[in-house]
Design a protein around this ligand. Sequence first.
Ligand code: NAD
Ligand code: WQD
Length: 342
Amino acid sequence: MSQTKHILVTGGAGYIGSHTVIELINAGYSPVIADNFRNSHKSAISGISEIAQQEIILRELDVCDLDSFDKVFNEFSFVGIIHFAALKAVGESVERPLDYYRNNVLGLLNCIELAEKHKVRNIVFSSSCTVYGEPKGEKIVNEKTEMGVANAPYGYTKQIGEQMINDVIQSGADLRILNLRYFNPVGAHPSSKIGELPIGKPSNLLPFVTQTGVGIHDALKVFGNDYNTADGTCIRDYVHVMDVASAHVKGIEWLEKQSNSFVEILNIGTGKGTSVLEIIHTFEEVSGKKLNWEFAERREGDIEEIYADVSKAKKLLNWSNERTVKDAVQDAWNWELKLKNG
Ligand code: NAD
Ligand code: WQD
């Protein structure tokens, strides 16, 4: 009989975590979610359970609380950890920096400390394209592109997280770590049973678009129309959340096969840039609705254009995106309609 392979998924009730739990189950793993629901809803757990047709293992805990976090390591023997748990709202991080440094830096620190203590050698850490800041030259960035100035405390927590991991590996720790730098995860599970559930007014583009589509907001404000891009609006690398999820599964599978200690950084995107106006047009195409939108002032700290060189993820994990931006907008729209209609 094959042995149960438990994976600890901190923040597994959240947006990317919930989709990843599904893909882990599909790949034969047994995920254990550790989440304090600070930025998620219990309904995500029932959604995952419905899709996977099984009970989901959940431990409600704060990863900053070392003692309660330690208990879950005593309870299960993990083959790997995926550490999603963090706060991620850029604007909020400017207002409450200490909250962000405590939660994101201490949470990761505890995670690494307990991984070492319990000899769990495989770790995937959620990093972000935000660590690049505004690209100085090429708009397409690879993992060797120098980190830039973060535009907010949130971005610094990810830079510090990566630095902490580098230092731990440098010190000789017996760990294999993948830092996945996600670009702009969007979309939802095609079943519409789980998706992004922003608490309060969303600051990210796609949830704002779909919420405007169902009438929650009067109009979408497009921040800036005078950028040095083809249509004057900013360009990002939007990647379907199910593709982001599958990158984690491939990441864990790959880590399991390695023997030495290291940290590797991988961009997780599509390699294609899409402008804000292109997202709006795609939304109108898939929904058959006219979106109410208007140009507004530039948003402070916004990056003009950035997208991922994804060749390293392809080479190392044989991972690349399988879904398009249009698929993601369609799934996000179906999810929004499901939320509205129940
Ligand atoms: P999310 O807020 O939906 O999920 C994070 C989950 O972590 C939530 O369920 C929250 O309740 C939980 N959590 C937060 N602090 C915790 C704590 N102290 N203890 C236990 N649970 C805690 O966010 P997401 O979009 O799923 O992002 C997941 C990770 O990916 C984060 O680390 C985020 O910084 C990173 N990331 C996200 C994006 C994005 O655009 N969504 C892009 C790049 C990187
Ligand atoms: C995308 C584009 C906006 C809302 C964020 C985080 C970053 C990382 C990725 C986590 C921009 C425009 C948006 C609106 C708009 N996340 N926009 N009207 O800027 O790439 O960054 O996600 O690590 O840290 O900051 O994503 O979705 O906020 O914006 O015009 O109401 O949409 O100006 O050009 P961004 P976003």
